[in-house]
Design a protein around this ligand. Structure first.
Ligand SMILES: CC(C)(COP(=O)(O)OP(=O)(O)OC[C@H]1O[C@@H](n2cnc3c(N)ncnc32)[C@H](O)[C@@H]1OP(=O)(O)O)[C@@H](O)C(=O)NCCC(=O)NCCS
Length: 185
């Protein structure tokens, strides 16, 4: 099943699986937001270019075809403003983690909260996941706030769970279970 639809409640945002013809838009927004994104993410490197975007898109398409791993662009009225997707996924325990990013100019308007809500609806609903994790550096207040706003429970801090360049970084771990999500909706 493909996952491309208008987000619930309004028609201005759309989540779409990455396609090859999105590589230029992806490169442009990531290069323009490199400094902003590099603060908390490791993949937007100083030399990020179209080849990197294309490699990501091909990998995303393979992972979707092979395992149903979602990787989606976030489009606001036809303009690419961010991305959201599944990271570490453990099928045996029906558990997955979400990663996401927004262009700096798209922040502060609730876009990511709406995108995460929509993806979690899908994962803990039709796709049968039991647990969705959001992990963020404790200093990444904006990212932690997305999880907190949606009612994810903070389970603790996983020490040195992430590597950013040559530094090991702690992660605040938030999780939502299917029953909690159903009860809160
Ligand atoms: C993490 C990131 C996606 C959060 O973006 P964001 O804009 O703060 O998140 P949202 O889109 O959910 O918007 C929330 C903000 O919009 C406001 N808002 C306005 N309308 C809203 C609505 N309808 N619903 C929710 N929030 C709303 C909120 O009050 C909040 O603003 P505040 O921070 O001033 O309180 C963004 O900062 C980012 O891309 N950072 C760099 C990459 C990164 O860190 N990724 C995560 C790695 S773990």
């Amino acid at each position: 099943m493909r996952f491309a639809h208008q987000l619930a409640g309004d028609g201005d945002l759309e989540l779409s699986p990455w396609e090859v013809d999105m590589a230029d838009a992806m490169t442009e927004v990531i290069v323009a937001n490199r400094e902003h994104l590099m603060r908390f993410l490791s993949w937007p490197t100083p030399d990020y270019n179209r080849d990197a975007a294309m490699a990501f898109i091909h990998q995303a398409q393979r992972q979707y075809a092979d395992e149903g791993i979602l990787a989606l662009g976030i489009w606001e009225r036809g303009v690419l403003v961010g991305g959201i997707g599944m990271n570490t996924t453990v099928w045996r325990t029906r558990s997955t983690a979400l990663g996401y990013w927004l262009a700096a100019s798209a922040q502060g308007r609730g876009i990511m909260t709406r995108a995460v809500r929509s993806v979690v609806d899908e994962l803990l609903g039709p796709r049968g996941f039991e647990r969705v994790v959001i992990a963020a550096q404790p200093e990444n207040r904006a990212s932690c706030a997305v999880a907190e706003r949606l009612g994810f429970r903070r389970e603790g801090v996983a020490r040195h769970a992430f590597r950013h360049g040559d530094r090991f970084i702690d992660w605040a771990v938030y999780a939502m279970l299917s029953e909690e999500w159903r009860n809160a909706r």
